[in-house]
Write a protein that binds this ligand. Structure first.
Ligand code: GTP
Ligand code: MG
Length: 251
């Protein structure tokens, strides 16, 4: 029997992107692959469109509705937990806005046989940011990853803020999602940090990160600033290795 994979897509106001991204994923025709949409009562009606998709592709597309914008971190924790309960062997996380091309999914699934986490990375050799990015935006993103997160937390992963990843089931079980506290965009950093501390085998592969074509970014300046400051919170929370001890217990 082939492995089962769940692709978790959190959405907030992605009404135009959702049908297209789910179609592109299903067009890969990967056996045992299902999609879970986690929608936060998007005012633009993404949730209803997701419901229609579940009827159109029964058993292939699923949706979790949450009552309001509760944040990216808890959307992932809930989505991952659902995927584990559903029996997934591999769990992929990606955005709805086509920044994460579904075309990398087969490569992720190939590599996850030998690694615990595969990361779609903008900052390894061959990785690329959208050509339309000005140098200011490029510099800020590069700085956030290479200097801020890597220096403050000592992570080795080049793209510590990456949102395009594939997790092996056992990796998420080891991490213990109930221990993850970060909500918002810093969730990615906490997961990366804990994965490294637990000694999980991480593989970064280069991706071309394309800007969203449709819809609006939720990544505003105050959101970026908050994420930058939350790095200190992670550092504080994991100041002693005690914090990770329960995750290291061998059952
Ligand atoms: N369920 C849920 N999804 C969210 C929330 N915030 C963002 N998302 C989704 O998470 C993904 C990433 O969000 P984006 O707004 O694209 O943020 P980003 O990719 O960091 O920023 P840009 O690429 O500049 O647009 C998208 O699929 C969003 O719809 C949230 O609070 N709840
Ligand atoms: Mg995006």
């Amino acid at each position: 029997m082939s492995d089962m994979t769940v692709v978790v897509i959190p959405t907030y106001n992605e009404v135009e992107n959702l049908p297209a991204i789910t179609a592109a994923i299903l067009a890969l025709h990967l056996e045992g692959l299902e999609i879970l949409v986690v929608d936060d009562a998007s005012p633009d009606g993404t949730g209803q469109v997701a419901d229609e998709l579940t009827r159109q592709y029964p058993g292939q597309i699923h949706v979790l509705h949450r009552p309001g914008k509760l944040g990216l971190g808890t959307a992932y924790v809930q989505g991952f937990t659902w995927a584990l309960d559903h029996g997934a062997d591999n769990i992929i996380q990606m955005d709805a806005d086509f920044s994460h091309s579904p075309n990398y999914i087969p490569q992720f699934l190939d590599l996850i046989r030998d690694y615990d986490v595969v990361v779609g990375s903008r900052y390894v050799r061959g990785g690329q940011l959208d050509k339309r990015w000005g140098w200011g935006r490029w510099f800020l993103s590069m700085w956030a990853n290479s200097i801020w997160v890597r220096l403050l937390l000592g992570v080795k992963t080049r793209d510590a803020t990456a949102g395009f990843k594939c997790w092996r089931r056992s990796a998420l079980e080891r991490i213990g999602l109930q221990h993850i506290r970060s909500n918002g965009y810093i969730f990615q950093v906490e997961m990366c940090y804990v994965a490294e501390k637990l000694g999980l085998r991480i593989k970064e592969i280069p991706i071309y990160f394309e800007d969203r074509h449709i819809g609006r970014s939720k990544m505003t300046a105050p959101v970026k600033l908050e994420a930058a400051l939350r790095v200190f919170e992670i550092r504080w929370r994991y100041r002693s290795r005690q914090r990770l001890a329960h995750q290291e217990e061998v059952p």
